[in-house]
Design a protein around this ligand. Structure first.
Ligand code: PXP
Length: 242
């Protein structure tokens, strides 16, 4: 069985478009749970463009499945995560100009900062996942730093077509096998939707997928509970429950 983490950031994006109180990502999380989400993911960006501090405080008090707190290796947000203690902390790179997270962390180039964040989070009893491009050198560096999981960046796979997409899928397969061999859990996410998710879910080592934009987009038309349930049904066909 593949675990489904539902990223609710873009419910907050819609709210922030009017800087008002609706739609509330905390309510979206509850409905995602009803639809079969195994976890709720949210990204407290340093620029606070969607999820706000209030959301994170309430999510940590109300979500009954796993929580996955996505954040940069920055003291302020690492401090908030350590205080609120989600199940998982997912470390990502962050640039102010980007529309969404653009690439994986460069653990090789940024080893000191990543190691310091991992140490603080683990000290607080939080499991740590690193968002990486499917690059064996990055996976090896994550293992050296003692990460509990790697979230493989599926964005390039999602954007590619034809043979190029098959090549991206192969890179994901190889990186997934290396992640498992190094003793870490394999997660994946970014750009996954109702049509491109199957081959990624079918990768044997895959444990968890984190999906946001496509589920929130579908929820606009069918509601959050049904949008999550539809994705859950696809994953259950590819990798049936144990
Ligand atoms: N994983 C990471 C690290 C992300 O930054 C995002 C986007 O917030 C996702 C997964 C989910 O991507 P999408 O919204 O394209 O499904």
């Amino acid at each position: 069985m593949i675990e489904l983490g539902v990223n609710i950031d873009h419910v907050a994006t819609l709210r922030q478009a009017r800087r008002t109180y609706e739609p509330d990502p905390v309510i979206a999380a509850a409905m995602a749970e009803q639809g079969g989400a195994d976890g709720i993911t949210f990204h407290l960006r340093e620029d606070r463009r969607h999820i706000q501090d209030r959301d994170v405080e309430l999510l940590l008090r109300t979500v009954s499945v796993k929580t996955n707190f996505e954040l940069a290796c920055a003291d302020e947000v690492v401090g908030i995560a350590c205080r609120l203690r989600p199940t998982w902390a997912l470390l990502v790179p962050e640039k102010r100009e980007e529309v969404t997270t653009e690439g994986g962390l460069n653990v090789l180039a940024d080893r000191g900062r990543v190691a310091a964040s991992i140490a603080q989070l683990r000290e607080a009893g939080i499991l740590v996942s690193l968002f990486l491009d499917p690059d064996p050198a990055q996976v090896a560096a994550a293992a050296e730093l003692g990460s509990d999981a790697v979230e493989l960046h599926t964005g390039p796979y999602a954007l590619a077509r034809g043979e190029e997409q098959q090549a991206e899928l192969e890179r994901l397969r190889v990186a997934a096998a290396e992640t498992t061999a190094a003793g870490m859990r394999v997660h994946a996410g970014h750009g996954l939707n109702y049509t491109n998710v199957r081959p990624v879910a079918a990768i044997p080592a895959m444990v968890e997928l984190n999906i946001g934009h496509s589920i929130v987009s579908r929820a606009v038309f069918v509601g959050m509970r049904e949008a999550v349930a539809e994705m859950r049904r696809i994953l259950d066909v590819v990798a049936p429950r144990g």
